[in-house]
Write a protein that binds this ligand. Structure first.
Ligand code: ZN
Length: 305
């Protein structure tokens, strides 16, 4: 693990005074995507200009986790990586590739195991294979005492079954890009898990989903982290279902980054300030407060220096 530097909330507050914008941490961006092949430098610079000081690059395969780790060496102290096999790719698991993933995960720049989990929405891999491979990730996270970065779609019950088998041994668990219901969120929060929110917030059409979770006040700030899941999950601030008070909460600065650099085809980490402003508006809190809390959570949780 990275050298543990004790971060205090007051340190972050002091730092914030030197910036005219938020200090944010994007805990999940797929920066190994070919979509950034030509201009990753600019993407990272824009992120920083927008206030995103650190980014965790998601590993979704052995090859991708290797590439994510390589990027952390090019942008030290800005990029961090995760190592995992996405449930879609569970079928590609082999003992040899797992040995390689373990080695990648052992590096200090790799701050979490994942993304891993269960996705029964599209079932690109057989659910039984998904469960076996997910369990391997949980065991690895316990062995390495690193947090688990979890992906779950339409697999809430089975996911809990796997995690509950390990209950007291579990390291911190982050349910990344949460898209479930309030009820599901409560069962995760009950177990002390963290919830990762993305631009999905703009897509949520349900009355019992992510928006409800925020509006109901059920999500404590100390359980929340934010992420873009770039290049996916573009936060469409023009979505018709988005309430006016949320649209009105967006600052000129955050929408400038969003509209100038991000599209449905290619979202970027610089969209994170807009996401934080919307999350804050739904929670009826100040965006500065959400920014501070989520950055603090991310630094503590993943041991970022
Ligand atoms: Zn995911």
């Amino acid at each position: 693990m990275a050298a543990q530097v004790e971060t205090k909330e007051s340190d972050l507050l002091d730092m914030a005074k030197y910036y005219e914008n938020y200090i944010l941490i994007d805990v999940g961006a797929n920066l190994t995507s070919k979509k950034y092949g030509r201009d990753l430098d600019s993407v990272i610079q824009r992120a920083k200009d927008s206030g995103v000081q650190k980014i965790m690059v998601t590993g979704t395969s052995v090859k991708g986790s290797k590439e994510a780790l390589r990027l952390t060496r090019i942008y030290p102290n800005t990029l961090y990586s995760t190592a995992g096999i996405h449930p879609h790719d569970a079928k590609s698991y082999t003992d040899e590739s797992w040995a390689e993933l373990k080695q990648l995960a052992n590096n200090p720049e790799c701050v979490a195991i994942g993304e891993c989990g269960l996705d029964y929405n599209r079932n690109f891999s057989d659910p039984e294979d998904q469960k076996i491979v997910f369990k391997k990730h949980v065991e690895l996270a316990i062995e390495m005492t690193k947090p688990i970065f979890v992906h779950e779609r339409d697999a809430h019950e089975d996911l809990l079954k796997v995690l509950d088998e390990f209950h007291s041994k579990l390291p911190p668990v982050v349910i990344h890009c949460f898209t479930g219901t309030l009820e599901h969120a409560l069962t995760y929060l009950d177990r002390g898990f963290y919830i990762g929110l993305t631009g999905y917030l703009c897509k949520d059409k349900s009355d019992v989903g992510v928006r409800k979770l925020l509006e109901s006040g059920s999500l404590p700030l100390d359980r929340l982290v934010v992420e873009t899941d770039a290049p996916f999950m573009y936060p469409n601030t023009r979505a018709s279902k988005l309430p006016d008070n949320v649209k009105d909460s967006l600052t000129e600065r955050s929408t400038m980054f969003l509209h100038r650099y991000c599209t449905f085809q290619r979202n970027e980490p610089c969209s994170l300030p807009a996401i934080v402003e919307m999350v804050a508006a739904f929670m009826n809190k100040k965006p500065e407060e959400v920014a501070l809390a989520t950055s603090f959570n991310a630094m503590k949780l993943f041991g970022l220096s």
